[in-house]
Design a protein around this ligand. Structure first.
Ligand code: GCB
Length: 594
């Protein structure tokens, strides 16, 4: 059967059975594409009882009363308008703690689109999305922090079209994350929406990074999507006068193994990026890409062959001053500027994939990045559907950011506890990550060390598989110091580098009430915790990085102390208004001197 015919049959089937479009993976680097932004004000219907999907309400049909006896009990017109991208919680007072569905509608115009394919691309919707175009369901997606797209070539009309999205942020037991997590559950179309047009056969994906075992070659692939799978392709890096030519095979794929000698490597001190152009007979795309190697050797982490110490800070994707999700370049700039000012060479973007723009900006600024999946604490690994969801999220994240030199670590999970299902899931995920991308390190953050007197033992067997051991420890806060005079000694079963991915405690900016008591949330109490932590670090020979918890106070509804917390986790080095607590200066000093 001819490929074009096959494509037509698939599209026709998708029309009849829209579920076939579930899980359609997104093209990469949409900044390099011809696109029309669908950001802006969308009309909405707030649907607390989740009624709009039913046949009677059918909000997706956007029905209007026809005759004198007809009526419709809903309407987008006249309803609240919400800004996209942006969470809905921060936009209307009645949505402050809202966890349910909001329906969004937006119309847009289309000119003739011959010889083009069209896609609606969502950078993220938290947590579940159903998407309808002109009254027809074109697909759905689960997972609040990764991109997805639907091909709409055959659904678009010349002239006006309307896209309706149901965004639901209800926490669910079998979700990722699950029911409980320590951050605010911002819902809605939280990231950009674009209508993207491509040639009939387009460059859907490419992986262009240095081979980790041989920094003098690029390894990777280019993947085409569309009927003309076999094509001549070229990769050019004009600044280096570099050209490489090859062909894609009958599946649309070209594997790359290219000698690549003269170049400047990406480092935090000099974050060199090159314009890399990928051209085929039918398409062209270009992107700024950097080149580096990252490896583990015994207890060392080597960037471009040199051992380094990771000086980082944990960051949530939130703008505390506005009490909302971060969604714009200026939001990301503010957060990353703070990290730079603190003296960081890396950032841990917790506890879910942040916007790819933030990762790109970190890369330009010379910050290495730890990216993380929302496999957080109470995940039910034994749930039969979990494996599929975890795999999909990992695939979506790696697909999106695998060309980022700055991203050196994929973190699979945070604070999970050993069980046969947990262990086998994380080990399988590790191998999946490595099979998709062998150009970065993989880890999982654990907090299950065993204390015996003033000794802390790292024993979680999953560490045997991970490249780096990552430990969250709250000595001085959740766990009192075992001994007043002796520092805790860390003992590991595994000969691997250790990162303290979290440590810290709470304090309210400007509060110096009773520095001897944790329960007073005083700044000096927190300073003492950090002083002891830094003292303890000196004696850990395999410590290769530290990441205080965290940059800035963040919203967490479970933090209910009426005087000091008021729904905020107060472990920031900065207050929710961006004021520097005393501990900020201590950390800045530590980073300067280590
Ligand atoms: C942790 C979690 C983090 C919490 C933090 C805390 O161990 O990884 O998500 O916010 O502790 O403040 O308790």
């Amino acid at each position: 059967m001819k490929t074009t015919l096959k494509l037509k049959i698939i599209l026709a089937l998708c029309h009849l059975f829209p579920f076939l479009l579930f899980g359609q993976s997104a093209m990469i680097h949409i900044d390099g594409r011809e696109r029309t932004s669908l950001n802006g004000l969308w009309e909405t219907i707030i649907d607390p009882f989740d009624a709009g999907s039913g046949d009677w309400a059918a909000y997706y049909k956007d029905r209007k009363p026809l005759g004198n006896t007809d009526f419709v009990e809903s309407s987008f017109e006249g309803g609240p308008q919400l800004y996209v991208p942006g969470d809905f919680n921060s936009q209307l007072p009645e949505l402050y703690y809202y966890e349910s569905s909001v329906w969004y509608k937006r119309t847009f115009k289309i000119q003739a689109t011959e010889n083009k394919r069209s896609f609606i691309h969502f950078a993220a919707v938290n947590y579940k999305a159903e998407v309808y175009l002109n009254g027809v369901k074109i697909g759905e997606h689960e997972g609040g922090f990764t991109p997805f797209q639907f091909e709409v070539t055959d659904h678009l009309r010349i002239g006006n079209n309307n896209v309706i999205v149901k965004a639901n942020n209800q926490r669910i037991q079998d979700g990722i994350p699950g029911l409980g997590f320590d951050w605010f559950n911002y819902g809605g179309i939280t990231r950009d929406v674009d209508l993207i047009q491509t040639p009939t056969t387009y460059i859907k994906d490419y992986f262009i990074q240095l081979a980790q075992q041989d920094e003098n070659s690029i390894e990777g692939y280019v993947t085409l999507d569309g009927p003309k799978k076999e094509q001549a392709i070229a990769i050019n890096i004009p600044e280096l006068n570099f050209t490489y030519k090859t062909r894609t095979d009958s599946s649309g794929k070209a594997k790359l193994k290219i000698p690549f000698r003269k170049k400047t490597l990406w480092t935090p001190a000099a974050p060199k990026l090159y314009e890399v152009q990928v051209s085929t007979e039918t398409d062209h795309i270009q992107e700024q890409i950097g080149f580096r190697t990252i490896k583990v050797d015994g207890t060392n982490i080597l960037l471009n062959g040199k051992s380094m110490f990771l000086k980082g800070i944990n960051i949530h994707e939130e703008v505390p001053q506005r009490r909302s999700r971060a969604y714009s370049e200026s939001d990301y700039q503010m957060l990353l500027d703070w990290a730079k000012e603190l003296g960081c060479n890396y950032v841990r973007l917790v506890h879910y994939p942040h916007h790819e723009k933030m990762v790109k900006m970190a890369e330009q600024m010379g910050l290495m990045v730890w990216e993380e999946l929302p496999i957080y604490q109470g995940i039910n690994f034994a749930d039969p559907g979990m494996k599929k969801k975890m795999n999909l999220m990992l695939r979506e994240l790696i697909a999106r950011d695998k060309n980022r030199a700055a991203t050196i670590i994929w973190s699979l999970s945070n604070e999970t506890y050993s069980s046969p299902a947990r262990d086998s899931s994380l080990i399988a995920l590790y191998h999946l990550a490595k099979s998709l991308d062998n150009t970065r390190l993989v880890t999982s953050a654990f907090n299950n060390m065993r204390f015996e007197g003033n000794k802390a033992y790292i024993e979680d067997e999953v560490n045997r598989v991970m490249d780096i051991m990552a430990i969250n420890q709250y000595l001085g806060w959740y766990k009192t110091w075992p001994d007043a005079d002796k520092e805790v000694e860390w003992i590991s079963k595994f000969h691997k580098p250790l990162i303290f991915s979290e440590f810290g405690g709470e304090a309210v900016f400007g509060n110096n009430i009773d520095p001897k008591r944790a329960s007073s949330w005083s700044e000096d109490y927190l300073v003492d915790i950090y002083k002891r932590q830094f003292n303890m670090f000196k004696n850990i020979s395999f410590l290769r990085g530290v990441t205080p918890w965290l940059l800035v106070d963040f919203r967490s509804p479970g933090r209910a102390h009426p005087t000091y917390q008021k729904g905020w986790n107060r472990k920031g080095l900065l207050s929710d208004r961006g004021e520097k607590k005393k501990v900020w200066y201590l950390v800045a000093d530590y980073f300067k001197n280590n």
